[in-house]
Design a protein around this ligand. Structure first.
Ligand SMILES: Cc1cc2nc3c(=O)[nH]c(=O)nc-3n(C[C@H](O)[C@H](O)[C@H](O)COP(=O)(O)O)c2cc1C
Length: 185
């Protein structure tokens, strides 16, 4: 693997990328830095934050590099929807053999611009309502997420990278991520 390439808006994905770099010895570069350091077609591991179900920057990373694996960083407790059902069936691999991971990032409203803050606000309102409606039936994870939406929070856990570090050690890998996974919230 030539590099870890990441896209991060409020820093959670960047922190994960730097921690992963320290643990694997593979350099971590932002997508912008990577353009100067990497050649087209180079093998990378991509890390991007989740925005309204889309992985930021993944399409252009796939257009440019050979993406062997992807870590998606969102606020939701886990990845869900078709992609994860498929990946679970395939031991974490996409149809084309690229490895998919999900990491919990965090919510830092003070670092967001107006439009993104408004988008998150409506999401936050609906999540807080849904969790409240579940009452005692809400899980600890759901309660934690409602709390993060209420006041912001950092859910980055270094140990969440263990599985990815392990996968790096098992390499080299030859699968490729070929489509942008849509992630349901
Ligand atoms: C406009 C917007 C939309 C988001 N949509 C989702 C989403 O669909 N699912 C999710 O789990 N997290 C969503 N998030 C949360 C981010 O993915 C999360 O805050 C992530 O940690 C941001 O990473 P960063 O700090 O590297 O930018 C959204 C955040 C923003 C600002």
């Amino acid at each position: 693997m030539k590099a870890i390439v990441y896209t991060s808006q409020t820093g959670h994905t960047q922190r994960y990328a730097r921690m992963l770099s320290e643990r694997t010895g593979v350099p971590a570069w932002s997508a912008k830095e990577a353009r100067e350091k990497l050649q087209r077609g180079d093998e990378i591991f991509y890390m991007g934050w989740l925005m309204a179900g889309d992985v930021k920057g993944l399409q252009s990373a796939m257009d440019r590099y050979t993406v062997r694996g992807v870590a998606i960083v969102g606020i939701s407790p886990q990845g869900n929807g078709d992609l994860w059902t498929e990946a679970r069936i395939n031991n974490g691999y996409s149809d084309s053999g690229g490895r998919l991971f999900y990491l919990q990032g965090g919510y830092a409203p003070e670092k967001l611009g107006f439009i993104h803050r408004m988008m998150m606000k409506s999401m936050a309102t609906s999540v807080i309502r849904q969790v409240a409606a579940k009452g005692d039936g809400a899980t600890d994870q759901e309660r934690q997420m409602a709390e993060v939406f209420r006041s912001g929070g950092d859910l980055v856990r270094p140990e969440a990278l263990d599985e990815i570090v392990q996968w790096f050690r098992e390499g080299p890998h030859d699968g490729v991520v070929k489509s942008v996974p849509k992630v349901e919230f």
